[in-house]
Design a protein. Structure first.
Ligand code: ATP
Length: 299
């Protein structure tokens, strides 16, 4: 399938600061694509380039496999920084102004986007009376005007309290369910894990890795096993077929398998037939943080 966005060797410097150093990746259709990296890794610069706010020094990008045009831009909604909404106006009046300036959407669309972000009941309240989370939802509503196919968000949960964060994450998942492709910058691993299907990890302007979240963060099943006699258990499990590594860990044995190939019931039966009763048998996902630090470790 044609990627929604294809980025090829993008580089950008601000004077001596190399913000992006030749970054390439594709964003598949329907993905919630996280651009993940610590502060200063180049995420906002990348989003600004793909939205034509900044010009890359070298490299190129293509939306929908087509050259950029007015039509292409209409298919992309974005939220890079909180729009300057008028504090004394209601949500509806503010969106009317956004619509008048951007030419996106119409009166019916304003009701639709307020419904999507769950602000319909408060649509006549003044912006100044909104909580931070509601303000952010209104900003997302503005990005949804005209029903664009792709949404680009920079750190959409930044500065919100836990409830506000949860609401925005739910909203992003809901938009994805409705078939939107979402590209979002985040410095939060946890956010990418909870919300994204795909990720590109940036570190100091370089792409460390890009791909499906499951592939990037977990390429093996790790099975934890224990019994009353760890020494005997280890010697029995040594003969178990199919693992790639076996490792005693505290009072447990860790068995590593290629992703998706660990079969707990077979391990259980194997041990039982050799006279061992297990008191622990589970698959654990490698902790995301461990993998992230491994990936972004200084060379
Ligand atoms: P953050 O999460 O802090 O926004 P980021 O990953 O989005 O970080 P960028 O904002 O793209 O990173 O910044 C990448 C690098 O470029 C940083 O070193 C930053 O200081 C630098 N930079 C960004 N904008 C400018 C600018 N206008 N002038 C000079 N340097 C800049």
């Amino acid at each position: 399938m044609q990627p929604v966005l294809s980025i090829n060797g993008i580089a950008k410097a601000y004077g001596p600061i190399k913000a992006l150093k030749g970054v390439s990746f594709d964003v598949p259709e329907g993905a919630v694509f996280g651009i993940l990296g610590p502060n200063g890794s180049g995420k906002t610069t990348m989003l600004s380039i793909i939205l034509d706010i900044l010009k890359a020094d070298t490299g190129s990008f293509v939306w929908f496999g087509e050259p950029g045009s007015e039509h292409t831009r209409k298919r992309i909604g974005s939220l890079l920084e909180t729009p300057n909404f008028y504090h004394y106006l209601s949500a509806v009046d503010n969106l009317n102004i956004t619509h008048a300036i951007s030419g996106r959407g119409d009166a019916a669309d304003i009701d639709r986007v307020l419904e999507v972000v769950k602000l319909s009941e408060r649509k006549k309240s003044k912006f100044s009376a909104y909580s931070l989370g509601m303000k952010q939802r209104l900003a997302i509503a503005a990005a949804l005007l005209g029903d664009p196919q792709v949404l680009v968000f920079d750190e959409p949960t930044n500065g919100l309290d836990p409830v506000g964060i949860a609401e925005i994450r739910e909203l992003i998942k809901e938009l994805a369910k409705r078939g939107k492709t979402i590209i979002m910058a985040s410095h939060l691993l946890d956010e990418v894990e909870k919300v994204c299907t795909h990720v590109a990890i940036l570190k100091r302007g370089e792409l460390i890795v890009a791909g499906a979240v499951d592939d990037v963060f977990s390429n093996e099943d790790i099975v934890e096993v224990s019994s009353n006699d760890p020494v005997q258990l280890l010697s029995v499990l040594n003969a178990f077929p199919g693992y790639s590594k076996i490792q005693p860990h505290e009072k447990k044995i860790l068995l590593f398998f290629p992703i998706g190939t660990a079969r707990l019931e077979e391990i259980n039966r194997f041990c039982f037939e050799k006279g061992i009763t297990l008191n622990l048998l589970l698959v654990r996902k490698e902790r995301l943080e461990t993998k992230f630090f491994e990936l972004t470790n200084e060379k």
